[in-house]
Ligand binder design. Structure first.
Ligand SMILES: C[S@@+](CC[C@H](N)C(=O)[O-])C[C@H]1O[C@@H](n2cnc3c(N)ncnc32)[C@H](O)[C@@H]1O
Length: 605
């Protein structure tokens, strides 16, 4: 499991996106599909037959006509003893996260494979593991009300199992008896009989109240909010909040299972991007809810190499935002045509758009360029922070089509290997187009460098036409797909990360030719990593001009403006930068700023 552990350090803020997007379930509350009650495959019986136990705890087949068992009818010692495989896969994922500091999106696929889960069970295990991790803030508050000692004093596997149980009981369409019986069986099987009795007692207390009643107990809204809104707890919640003074951030933090500091950062970012005060809270709640929902799998066909036709035939639908993209709701996207070959890739649409936008901006005049930015030699592109290679693969395919070359740089060796694997699908020789002419003299479409982006080689100075800085960041824009990351990230991470971002930006500016274009991207909307970073970069580099990023992204994705209108705020950028949002665009909260370098040399300090 070592390879699945997180590497630590600021560079590993995001990791692989693909695995986290793979399994989609329909098991969340309100969902219309999926039914993992205790008497189906998740009743501890892989054949799907229903089962019950006699007074000695032995299983007897009772055929298909038996009604649902009630958990209250049997003592724990008389219920099933084996963990069902889907719940076991989810439990093993949670214990790897809590015990080994692992990434859920890297662990879970291995557990799904090890337990040979079919597509349906894999979807169930994914929703269970990811949902329990995302919802930890709320579930811990509820569990704390049911346990007579601090949760920190519980054995970690017991707490993991309680969280799995709480998620099933409070947020999934699993019947209470099935959630309780199966979780207790899991604990008995994996931890022991004593803890199973404890888990049984605690989860019974959880079942005594429904979700809304628990919310009102552990995170009550102020009387003003209740009186003003009425309706469901969610309606009242939307109408409450710091705008009215009714719900402090601590209450939102429990209700929406986000740390308080992240809630504050997200609110500040929305405000910085021009959200009017009277809509700010409602939009913040919509964003927090989007962070807690399972994302749809986003796919991209590498330009000139991938074919979305068979993917669409296999059930995907055309992506509304990005060219050559698709959305897939059907489970394991790894089995779709082209995905194994790497010509169709699983990639968030926000990431796709940033790569496209960078390549659309006209270059300015400068060395090797005429006044209109037309080159006399092939363009050179640099992806300064390339691992694991998602954007590099798309950029390399675009470079190949345009006779350009891409250098993909990454300092972490294991991530360099991921970059190389991502680039394998892109032939190194440039696209010969319709002419079929040999391109033997043309540069290789891509190459890879393993090294620190702050320490580029002297020959790289002022040598690139386009540089992407997809910077290491807190990843607060990808909370949907990195379910444990919100609990791991700390405000203290910001200092080292913003310093690294600053240095990488400086290095990128040095690497740019006069007239060259820089794309600064983060998968975080945190102001310190985004707009403040841009403002500081402009002060340090008078030779850099901030472009209208929104207009270039709109060129690539005309649907963005319409989607942004839902916020009641025209556009989706501020002061030349662009911020995408999960609740508006169904993308990660990607930030992008595009700059062009003038011919003026940077003044030395
Ligand atoms: C946000 S990820 C990049 C994601 C990538 N562009 C993609 O689309 O797959 C940031 C990357 O920056 C790398 N990194 C960390 N420190 C770096 C440094 N000093 N120089 C260059 N890259 C660095 C990390 O290892 C990580 O792979």
């Amino acid at each position: 499991m070592t390879a699945e552990r997180r590497g630590g350090g600021p560079g590993d803020s995001r990791g692989s996106k693909s695995q986290g997007q793979k399994q989609q379930g329909g098991y969340q509350r309100g969902s219309q599909s999926g039914n993992h009650g205790g008497n189906g495959n998740h009743g501890g019986n892989q054949s799907g037959r229903q089962e019950r136990r006699d007074e000695k705890g032995h299983t007897r087949n009772r055929g298909t006509s038996g009604g649902p068992r009630q958990f209250s009818a049997a003592a724990p010692s008389k219920r099933k003893r084996q963990a069902d495989p889907a719940r076991l896969a989810a439990f093993e994922t949670l214990t790897a996260v809590s015990r080994d500091d692992a990434y859920a999106n890297l662990v879970l696929p291995g557990r799904i494979a090890a337990h040979r889960l079919d597509q349906r069970d894999a979807g169930f295990a994914t929703e269970l593991a990811y949902g329990a991790l995302r919802g930890q803030g709320l579930y811990d508050a509820v569990l704390a009300a049911c346990v007579d000692r601090p949760l920190a004093q519980l054995d970690r596997p017991v707490l993991d199992a309680l969280r799995l149980g709480a998620h099933q009981l409070l947020n999934m369409r699993v019947p209470a008896h099935a959630a309780l019986d199966s979780t207790v069986a899991l604990v008995r099987d994996q931890i022991g009989a004593g803890p199973s009795g404890f888990v049984n007692a605690v989860l019974r207390k959880v079942t005594a109240k429904d979700r809304d009643t628990w919310l009102d107990q552990v995170a009550p809204l102020g009387p003003g909010a209740s009186a003003s809104a009425g309706g469901s707890a969610r309606d009242r919640d939307r109408a409450s909040g710091s705008d009215t003074g009714a719900a402090p951030d601590e209450v939102l933090a429990i209700r929406h299972s986000h740390p308080v500091w992240i809630i504050r950062a997200l609110r500040q970012s929305l405000a910085n991007h021009g959200r009017p005060a009277d809509r700010l809270h409602a939009e913040l709640v919509a964003l927090l809810e989007a962070d807690n929902a399972a994302p749809v799998v986003n796919l991209v066909a590498l330009p000139g190499l991938g074919d979305l036709g068979p993917v669409l035939e296999a059930g995907a639908e055309s992506g509304p935002l990005a060219p050559g993209s698709a959305l897939y709701h059907g489970g394991d996207a790894g089995r779709l045509p082209g995905v194994k070959e790497g010509t169709v890739r699983i990639q968030d649409v926000g990431s796709q758009l940033t790569a496209h936008a960078l390549t659309r901006v006209p270059l300015g005049g400068g060395a090797g360029r005429d006044g209109a930015g037309h080159g006399t030699e092939p363009e050179r592109w640099l992806d300064l922070c390339a691992g694991p290679g998602g954007k590099a693969a798309l950029l390399a395919a675009l470079a190949r089509q345009r006779g350009a070359s891409l250098l993909a740089n990454e300092p972490a060796e294991h991530r360099v290997r991921l970059v190389e694997r991502a680039l394998e699908a892109v032939p190194r020789h440039p696209d010969s187009g319709d002419s079929g002419d040999s391109q033997d003299n043309a540069p290789s479409a891509w190459s890879v460098r393993c090294g620190d982006g702050r320490e580029l080689d002297p020959e790289h100075t002022a040598s690139f036409d386009r540089v992407l800085v997809d910077a290491p960041c807190t990843g607060l824009g990808a909370l949907r797909r990195r379910p444990e990351s919100r609990w791991r990230r700390q405000p203290s991470d910001l200092g080292p990360l913003t310093e690294l971002q600053r240095q990488l930006l400086d290095s990128a500016v040095d690497a740019l030719r006069p007239g060259g274009v820089l794309g600064y991207v983060t998968c975080s909307p945190h102001p310190a990593e985004t707009v403040f970073q841009v403002q500081d970069a402009l002060k340090r580099h008078p030779e850099m001009e901030l472009l209208d990023t929104t207009s270039y992204l709109s060129e690539v994705a005309p649907g963005l403006s319409e989607a942004s209108g839902a916020s009641g705020h025209p556009g989706f950028g501020t002061g030349g930068t662009t911020q995408l949002w999960p609740h508006l665009h169904s993308t990660d909260a990607m930030f992008m700023a595009l700059f062009r370098k003038s011919g003026i040399r940077k003044t030395e300090d």
